[in-house]
Design a protein around this ligand. Structure first.
Ligand code: GTQ
Length: 344
């Protein structure tokens, strides 16, 4: 990188005078904040293996009673950002949350948007804005900004899910806070069930017709079925990918992060072009490899990895007989809203 004048080259007295007045010379730092052609990214390609997280999370079940922990979560932190920052990328937070049979994670709401991708176990539910939503493996449950949510467990086995929040960017903006609440008046998740096919919407939305977020649960069975229909098209669709959208607007399900499901045919290799947002890959079914720059990760069911932006990502299905299904997250809605979205 072409170097501009260095800070050390300035007379000490001059630097001290600047410091006293809270002034900084731009030129020694200009290339740092505006690097040539491609941004500096702290987000490193990182991989988290579920088989290694699981025993530690179950141990947390003994070490951290839910009443003390509020949310029992191990955060998947990217060391590129410093792991104490608890971020996977500049905008994405990932956590694995454990809820044991009979436990209840009290109602609260916060400014960051969240989703849960259910990884294991039956019998848990999340109540969002009064809608009691059952959690089955592969389901995506939304808790958009400002909506009350609480988790409960009426089953027999531990339930584990992946939390995805836009906490890092909301925190950076100095807009992150939470509020505790009373238990909610519960209905039975009816509203989300009304949305069956993308092309037709329920005409009457009573009793919550003014909800901005009518669909809060995306059943894996439905999402998988959509991908299978796409896979059968002739001529073939190359990239089998669906976007989780808000059925009222057709736009991304939440404001800041984008959520997608991908299917890889047996033996398929799919290269996603370099795009400005960082992204996350989490295996719902199958065995894949993920190439990110010079790194290559092998991912089995429930494993997760992240990729920096401006980097092509190649996904490969290892099976020659079975499809693979991947849950993907990126920062595209944020980048589009800010006008910085790029495909290279
Ligand atoms: O379940 O509400 O991983 O509030 C981080 C913050 C989960 C939750 C997290 C949260 C939650």
């Amino acid at each position: 990188m072409e170097e501009l004048g260095r800070l050390e080259d300035l007379p000490l007295e001059y630097r001290q005078e600047l410091l006293k007045q809270n002034l900084v010379p731009l030129w020694p730092s200009l290339r740092g904040v505006l690097p040539p052609k491609i941004p500096t990214r702290q987000t490193k390609p990182i991989f988290w293996e579920y088989a290694s997280i699981r025993p530690l999370l179950l141990e947390a079940g003994d070490l951290a009673p839910i009443e003390k922990a509020e949310r029992r979560v191990l955060v998947l932190a990217n060391p590129g950002h410093g792991i104490e920052k608890m971020q996977a990328s500049s905008a994405i937070y990932l956590g694995m949350q454990l809820l044991l049979p009979g436990e209840y994670a009290a109602s609260h709401r916060h400014t960051p948007n969240a989703v849960r991708m259910i990884v294991e176990g039956e019998g848990a539910y999340t109540t969002v804005d009064g809608d009691k939503l059952q959690m089955h493996r592969g389901d995506l449950i939304l808790t958009p900004t400002g909506l009350w949510h609480e988790h409960g467990h009426e089953g027999q086995e531990p339930v584990i899910w992946l939390d995805v929040l836009d906490l890092p960017i909301v925190y950076y903006m100095e807009t992150s806070y939470h509020e505790e609440g009373k238990s909610q008046n519960v209905s039975n998740g009816q509203l989300s069930k009304l949305y069956v096919h993308g092309g037709v919407l329920p005409t009457s939305l009573n009793p919550k017709s003014n909800s901005q977020y009518p669909m809060l649960r995306y059943a894996w069975a439905d999402v998988r079925a959509s991908l299978e229909v796409m896979a059968k098209q002739d001529p073939p669709v190359e990239a089998l990918q669906v976007t989780y959208v808000n059925p009222l607007t057709g736009q991304d399900a939440e404001n800041i992060l984008g959520f997608y499901a991908l299917m890889l045919r047996p033996d398929q290799t799919l290269t996603l072009p370099a795009r400005s947002p960082a992204s996350v890959y989490h295996v719902i079914e199958g065995e894949i490899s993920v190439h990110i720059a010079a790194e290559q990760f092998k991912l089995s069911i429930a494993d997760t990895c992240c990729a920096p932006g401006y980097t092509p990502v190649t996904l490969k299905n290892h099976s020659s007989t079975e499809p693979a299904y991947i849950f993907m997250v990126d920062e595209a809605p944020l980048h589009r809203k800010l006008g910085v979205y790029e495909i290279r």
